[in-house]
Design a protein around this ligand. Structure first.
Ligand code: MSK
Length: 660
């Protein structure tokens, strides 16, 4: 049994803490226990291990400066980095491709349950993809957009079409160094080829291509995924909802939807409102059906339908420990294999659905978009059938309110209204110093770090310092649980940021969606650069990126494309390629010289925060903007931020949590 202090340090989240105690009492092993028992491999975790051929694995530690083939530490670390980028890009982009396939099936009449919901967005995308719209029916445009999108994945063109969405200066930077992305499939294949034994042997050269591949993800596969999701399901606008384990219901059938793609999850939302399904739930003694989201599927159905957020990556096993979940429906990505083992101790049915992700021990109900709604209903019936098997429940009594749904389209609208949609007011208020800068805080949980601590700490430090935050992925869920996505959090902001949020009527932390929706952040920073006033390129503006508790290969791809797009980024934790000082230097100085931004892996979160704020101030100085002075706007507001400190251990009073 772990000692009490260690137990506390596993999480700052009271519901997670409560459920961990129950799991321990019931003898259930979770990722938190396995993280304590299983130490990370010190060789692999610094990028010192080469296993691209069967003469190894070669461990480049101690006196071993080269592997059997002569590959240096730098080559090996750069190869490991590039392969991580490729795997992450593949995950996002395959998701994006699936969205295009669904749009195609819908427009060709093979998937009748899907419709084009956002015609204006379809037109925007058609223009970007050079699809002729004149004299065509919407359905024909949709089909041609889907075909053009699919073509982009394996494009033979010199540049993928969405490069034209990037600011002109940025596209020029990419062209000058030869990293303009082509079709993302090609970039991924080329990474795997280059990093095969005996091919590309120059660390810098390998890393340049890693950037190119990541750009194919951010400005290609992910951006297409986001746009096509919006076409099919609607572009998000503000929505109020609830988060945390208290959203589970004691007297309804609880269905947790977990994974990433919106195709099935949106159908489940629709099916849950079907009177026949509701009657069926009642026939089994439940009052209704209660849906709750986990990980990025949660963000997809929250942003469009207001479905409550249950939890982020590290909460998935614990949701089963509540004993209140009839079914957990999963598709792809971030689904722990440990779920099945936990579920064996409870009545929860793990229902896997993706032909790409069969999970041993789960109930497999293969998703077929041609009969999507029927299948969604069949899944719900299965969950309902399980309701009578529910035994003792432990639902932590925590709920927080939130506002989400800040697509870049909505941000433009909220800043300028219908007739003057623009990012101009944002630029002006950064220029005059009311807003010091902007931070994108995104990404996963990591069981090697205290759950949600870095996530919330960084966000609170940013807004306290008048830095507006945009968030996606599991960071957004951590923020939601901690009350940071509600307008009330304005009291925690610096005076200038607070004034802006009050004037516009927005929270200082803007939830922009799921992992693929980091492409919305790219579009936004691109719009700011194109509009002008904070320099001419993305790298000129006082912006920073953070991945506070990253763990997945997708995060490496995201971090890389954010940097290659011009935003200096801090990934909190040890450098997984740190075995090569040359690679570390290339990520810092090398990337800065090439793309105007650096990629840092920093284990000390306080140092990362201080460095990021200093970076923002340095960018302000370079632009000759007014120096940031919080006192200048303090006069206009009596709510100067209360002094708070981040406690070492979980403190229930750290920030107001409403309970139910
Ligand atoms: S779900 S990739 S743990 S953000 Fe997108 Fe969360 Fe990271 Fe998965």
């Amino acid at each position: 049994m772990a000692d009490e202090k260690k137990e506390f340090n596993k999480t700052i989240d009271p519901s997670t803490f409560e459920l961990l105690a129950i799991a321990e009492a019931e003898g259930i092993s979770t990722i938190f226990d396995r993280a304590a028992a299983l130490k990370a491999c010190p060789i692999g975790s610094s990028g010192a291990c080469c296993k691209v051929c069967s003469m190894g694995p070669c461990r480049l530690t101690g006196k071993n400066e080269v592997g059997l083939c002569g590959a240096t530490r730098a080559t090996v670390a750069a190869r490991n980095y590039a392969r991580d980028v490729a795997a992450g890009a593949a995950a996002h982009s395959d998701h994006g491709r699936d969205m295009a396939m669904t749009l195609l099936a819908a427009c060709e009449g093979h998937a009748p349950d899907y419709k084009i919901k956002d015609v204006p967005k379809l037109m925007v995308v058609a223009k970007l993809l050079d699809v002729e719209t004149e004299g065509k029916e919407t359905i024909e445009i949709g089909r041609d957009v889907a075909l053009a999108a699919l073509d982009n994945f394996s494009s033979t063109k010199k540049e993928c079409d969405y490069v034209r969405r990037a600011p002109a200066k940025r596209a020029e930077v990419w062209r000058n160094i030869g990293i303009t992305p082509r079709g993302v499939d090609r970039e991924i294949v080329e990474v795997l080829h280059r990093t095969h034994m005996g091919v590309d042997q120059d660390a810098e050269h390998i890393m340049n291509h890693a950037m190119r591949c990541s750009l194919g993800d951010g400005w290609g596969g992910s951006m297409l995924g986001t746009d096509i999701s919006d076409i099919l399901f609607g572009t998000p606008g503000p929505v109020s909802a609830r988060s945390d384990f208290g959203v589970l219901s004691e007297d309804e059938v609880n269905v947790v939807i977990h994974g990433h793609e919106p195709t099935l999850s949106m159908m489940i939302v629709e099916a849950a409102g079907d009177p026949e399904i509701l009657e069926y739930a009642k026939s089994k003694g439940a009052k209704g059906i209660n849906l709750a989201g986990m990980c990025c599927t949660a963000n997809e159905i929250l942003m469009r339908e207001g479905v409550p957020l249950l939890g982020n990556f590290l909460s998935q096993e614990l949701s089963i420990v509540t004993g209140a979940v009839e079914a957990m429906v999963v598709d792809i990505q971030c689904i722990m294999q440990g779920l099945v083992a936990v579920a064996q101790n409870y009545h929860t049915e793990i229902i896997s659905t993706s032909p790409k992700a069969k999970i041993t021990g789960s109930t497999y109900m293969e998703f077929d978009e041609h009969h999507a709604l029927e299948q969604a209903k069949a899944i719900l019936r299965k969950a309902i059938d399980n309701y009578p098997n529910r035994k003792k429940t432990h639902i932590p009594n925590y709920v927080n309110n939130l506002v989400a749904g800040f697509s870049h389209e909505y941000i433009n609208y909220m800043l300028g209204g219908s007739f003057r949609q623009s990012v101009r007011p944002l630029i002006d208020n950064i220029a005059n110093g009311r807003i010091r800068g902007a931070a994108g805080v995104v990404g996963c949980n990591n069981a090697r770090l205290t759950h949600d601590d870095n996530q919330t700490k960084i966000v609170m430090e940013m807004i306290k310092n008048d830095i507006i935050v945009v968030t996606t992925g599991c960071n957004a869920i951590a923020d939601a649980k901690w009350g940071l996505l509600s307008p009330e959090v304005m009291d925690m902001c610096g005076p200038g940021l607070k004034e802006i949020c009050q004037t516009i009527g927005i929270p200082p932390v803007l939830h922009m969606g799921s992992c693929v929706d980091n492409s919305r952040i790219l579009t936004l920073v691109g719009q700011v650069a194109t509009e002008g006033g904070l320099g001419e390129d993305v790298c000129d503006a006082p912006t920073v990126g953070f991945a506070p508790e990253w763990m997945s290969e997708k995060a490496i791809s995201i971090g890389t494309y954010v940097v290659a797009s011009g935003v200096t980024t801090w990934m909190i934790g040890p450098n997984p390629y740190g075995n090569s000082p040359e690679v570390v230097e290339l990520m810092d100085k090398g990337f800065r010289e090439k793309v105007g931004a650096s990629l840092y892996f920093e284990p000390d979160v306080d140092k990362a925060i201080a460095d990021a704020i200093a970076h923002i101030d340095a960018k302000r100085a370079e632009l000759k903007l007014e120096p940031y002075d919080p006192k200048k706007y303090a006069k206009s507001d009596t709510y100067y931020p209360t002094d708070y400190t981040t406690p070492e251990v979980f403190d229930e009073n750290r920030y107001s949590r409403s309970g139910t």
